[in-house]
Each structure stands twice: as structure tokens, then as C-alpha cells.
Ligand binder design. Structure first.
Ligand SMILES: C[S@@+](CC[C@H](N)C(=O)[O-])C[C@H]1O[C@@H](n2cnc3c(N)ncnc32)[C@H](O)[C@@H]1O
Length: 252
């Protein structure tokens, strides 16, 4: 299992896997409603491959919708958390550029917050190969909603030290004979400032940062937030973007 050399942060999550499991947000129910609408089929009884499954956040939610889920994860630390959280799920160690599955195995290939770690030149044909006729590739991300003023201010404070990923993924699919549909769901969760900071610390740019610099930056950010939210809690707002991709020849 070889990961692309241009993705040095791809496995950085292993170092913070327990914190990731404890602090990263779920995905909203409306995301899965949108997925069922765009795919034209229920998740119940669908065979779903959760690629880059991490600690199993999406695996758990897909199973709650009745899907039969196979989880695939390259990182040892993340995989160990997933095994703890979802012991009865089949977990395969592998990565999206070389899927270790037979052609035509799944109704849905899902990437939650993980597609950007693959090389689409390889991961698109691989995903299409393992789909059954009528199957779809579904990708989604929770992105901090910078239309909310305190999030925009935080982004300004931290942006010089972080590097984001593109919010649109349609370009990855331009060379391939596929049809792409997108949806966006806005949602939020109420958490403490401390939980928010611990969640930020699991983002790869902070994981790989010099520890003293990370402590300083996130500490200063926490101080700024405490001035805005004196009761110590905030609504962490998200735009959850969903992209559903299907072979161009497929109907529906
Ligand atoms: C931000 S985490 C997302 C985890 C989980 N899907 C979730 O929703 O929380 C990204 C995951 O992608 C995994 N990953 C890194 N490179 C990958 C690749 N080439 N193919 C599949 N997964 C990869 C990482 O190990 C990590 O667990």
C-alpha cells in the first residue's frame, strides 16, 4: 500500500486518532437524505465502501441508515480507533488509489472528508471499477462556514499558518465520462470553546506543526474566542458539501 509522495500529511491523523474520534463533528442527517435523493435509492440494504474511513464517523452514520458498510483505512492509528468504535464492521487496510476489491462490489463508494488525499488520476477509475451497475461515488466535506463573522475572523487569524483544500471537486472528474451532481447542507453544533480548539488541533496542518507554535496559536485563538463567548460555548457552523458522481452511461 503506497501513498502518493505529494501527500506528506495524509497519515498525520494517526498521531491524534483518539482526539479526532472525540472532537470531530458528525455529518447531518440531511446529508444522507440528499445522498438518497441524488442517487435515487435508499441507503438501507446498500453495499457501501467507506474509503478513508478514519475513526468511523461516516461508517457509523451510514450503518444507522441501514447500509452494509465495509470500512477501508490506510492509517494504523485511525484504524485502531475504528475497530474500537465499530468492532463488528469489516475493516480493510488500503487506500483509494489502489482499491483492494473486485470489480462491481459496491452500490456506493463513499469518501467522507478524505477524497482530497487521493490522486484522482487513479482514484476515479478505481472507484468506478468497484461500483456495480447503477452505483455512485459520493464525496463530502464539512467546511467551516466562513460567512459567519467569528469564523471568518478565526480564519484570518489562522490562515497564515494553514493551507486549505479546494471546496469544489468537479475539476477532478472533468477528464472522465461521468455525471456530477452537488448539494450543500448548512448545519451547526453547540460545543465548548475547549472542544472547538481540540477539534481544530486534529486538522492536519496543526498536527504536523511544531508543537510550541501550535500551542501558542491555538491558545491565542482560544483567548480571542473567550472574549466573544464569555459563557464558554459557541455554535460551530458548517457547510457540508456533497458531490455524487455516476458513470455517464448510467440512467437515473
Ligand atoms: C480527515 S480524515 C477523514 C476520516 C473519516 N472519513 C471522517 O469522516 O472523519 C482523512 C482520512 O483519510 C485517510 N487517507 C489518507 N490518504 C488516503 C488515501 N490515499 N486513500 C484513502 N484514505 C486516505 C487518512 O488516514 C484519514 O483517516
Amino acid at each position: 500500500m503506497a501513498l502518493p509522495a505529494n501527500q506528506p500529511r495524509a497519515l498525520s491523523f494517526d498521531a491524534v486518532a483518539a482526539q479526532y474520534a472525540a472532537t470531530r463533528p458528525d455529518y447531518p442527517p440531511a446529508l444522507f437524505d440528499a445522498m438518497e435523493e441524488l442517487t435515487g435509492r435508499p441507503l438501507a440494504d446498500a453495499d457501501v465502501l467507506d474509503c478513508g474511513a478514519g475513526t468511523g464517523i461516516a461508517t457509523r452514520l451510514l450503518r444507522e441508515r441501514g447500509a452494509r458498510v465495509v470500512a477501508m483505512e490506510p492509517g494504523a492509528g485511525m484504524a485502531a480507533e475504528l475497530r474500537r468504535a465499530e468492532p463488528e464492521v469489516l475493516l480493510v487496510r488500503g487506500e483509494g488509489n489502489h482499491l483492494p476489491f473486485a470489480a462491481g462490489s459496491f452500490d456506493v463508494v463513499a469518501y467522507a472528508q478524505a477524497w482530497h488525499w487521493t490522486d484522482p488520476v487513479h482514484s476515479v477509475p478505481e472507484a468506478l471499477r468497484v461500483l456495480r451497475p447503477g452505483g455512485v461515488l459520493a464525496l463530502w466535506w464539512n467546511q467551516a462556514d466562513i460567512r459567519v463573522p467569528w469564523v471568518a475572523a478565526e480564519e484570518d487569524r489562522l490562515a497564515p499558518f494553514t493551507r486549505g483544500f479546494p471546496t469544489t471537486v468537479a475539476e477532478s472528474f472533468a477528464p472522465f465520462p461521468v455525471r456530477v451532481a452537488t448539494r450543500e447542507i448548512t448545519w451547526s453544533r453547540r460545543i465548548t470553546i475547549e472542544e472547538h480548539i481540540r477539534n481544530l488541533a486534529t486538522h492536519s496542518h496543526f498536527v504536523v506543526m511544531d508543537p510550541a507554535e501550535r500551542t501558542h496559536l491555538l491558545g491565542a485563538n482560544g483567548t480571542a474566542l473567550a472574549r466573544l463567548f464569555p459563557d464558554g460555548e459557541l455554535d460551530e457552523p458548517y457547510r457540508c458539501g456533497l458531490t455524487v458522481v455516476r458513470p455517464a452511461a448510467a440512467q437515473g
